[in-house]
Design a protein around this ligand. Structure first.
Ligand SMILES: [Zn+2]
Length: 343
């Protein structure tokens, strides 16, 4: 089969590789669409260390089952599917606790951090264990289904926060995940939705996604300005979708006493931390990692038209042109959101 292989950092080769071989509990999926994630772009240049070459990246995908293993019963060739980006074991303590996203020895598709390597979906075919598959409703296209992973990551952060109708919420970072957090907050009935980003262009997108107010992160007194919008108390919940000291500190500044911060962005291994503020305001710090079963809900939201994703898809292009589009994304060319590669 053809695949887009990251052979060295910053060097892709579109070439023939052996077809994947399925195990008895796996299916072979013909990939119809696979989105380029921000983490793939940061992985390509080696900055995160989580895509050690050679590796086939790609974890936001959809396709059609073409073959099933001998122990697979509920899936048939021809089924349209998407799948979790996390490959987890069913007999793990954390999985049995209902937290498969934290299970031991889990692997992420298209990721090679050194401890394992699992090829992903920038290829014609991929072998997928049946327990991580989800059926795509008829009304949802393959391109839309390739967006489900990113929306599910955003939804997991809302679920982690326990968002209630009427909560005032701040989202720091209006990249793809931040935009979907905003869209989901709108559906969830948040009363005041505030978006903060360093790039004013991203804030225009944030308004379209549902933000009631926006601040450029370089503005002064963002904390006070947020208080003025939230009964002079501060926001109930903030979502941090960047992962740097500056943005985490803003996400803490905007909170009311007893408020919650949900940390989703994680591009820095460690950050400066405003310890005294967190202690004396009794803030709750919550980490939100990947996805824990949110696929089904997101597919339903897409099927019923309650969330829109087409506005976030900038280009649908052949997999053979993948290297070029990675370069464009790496240069942060304006007005490119999600790029979907089609084998
Ligand atoms: Zn991703």
């Amino acid at each position: 089969m053809k695949a887009l292989v990251l052979e060295k950092y910053n060097e892709f080769v579109y070439k023939d590789v052996p077809d994947p071989v399925i195990k008895s509990d796996e299916v072979l999926v013909k990939i119809m669409a696979c989105g380029i994630c921000g983490s793939d772009v940061h992985g390509m240049d080696g900055s995160t260390g989580r895509r050690i070459p050679p590796v086939i990246m790609g974890h936001e995908a959809s396709g059609v089952i073409v073959k099933t293993g001998s122990n697979v019963n509920i899936w048939q060739p021809g089924d349209r599917v998407t799948f979790d980006s996390t490959v987890y074991k069913l007999n793990d303590w954390f999985t049995l606790e209902g937290r498969y996203n934290l299970s031991d020895n889990r692997e992420v598709l298209g990721v090679s951090p050194g401890t394992y390597k699992r090829d992903g979906a920038f290829a014609e075919f991929i072998a997928i264990p049946e327990h991580i598959l989800y059926r795509i409703p008829e009304k949802v296209s393959f391109e839309q289904a390739a967006m489900v992973e990113a929306i599910a990551v955003a939804l997991h952060s809302l679920n982690t926060a326990g968002v209630r109708t009427g909560d005032s919420c701040v989202v720091v970072g209006a990249g793809m995940i931040g935009i979907f957090i905003l869209k989901l907050l709108k559906i969830s009935g948040a009363s005041e939705i505030i978006a903060i980003d360093i790039n004013p262009k991203r804030l225009e997108e944030a308004v379209m996604a549902g933000a009631d107010h926006t601040f450029v992160s370089t503005e002064v007194n963002i904390g006070e300005k947020t208080f003025a919008l939230t009964n002079n108390r501060g926001a109930d919940i903030s979502f941090e979708a960047v992962g740097k000291s500056e943005s985490v500190s803003i996400a803490i500044d905007v909170l009311r006493k007893g408020g919650k911060i949900v940390l989703v962005g994680n591009i820095s291994p460690s950050i400066n931390f405003p310890l005294q503020k967190v202690v004396t305001s009794e803030l709750k710090i919550l980490g939100s990692c990947a996805i824990r079963g949110e696929y089904e809900t997101v597919l339903k939201l897409l099927e019923t038209g309650k969330i829109h994703v087409d506005d976030q898809i900038s280009a649908v292009v052949p997999l053979s042109e993948g290297a070029l589009w990675f370069k464009k994304l790496h240069k942060k060319e304006d007005a490119i959101n999600k790029v979907i590669l089609v084998p």
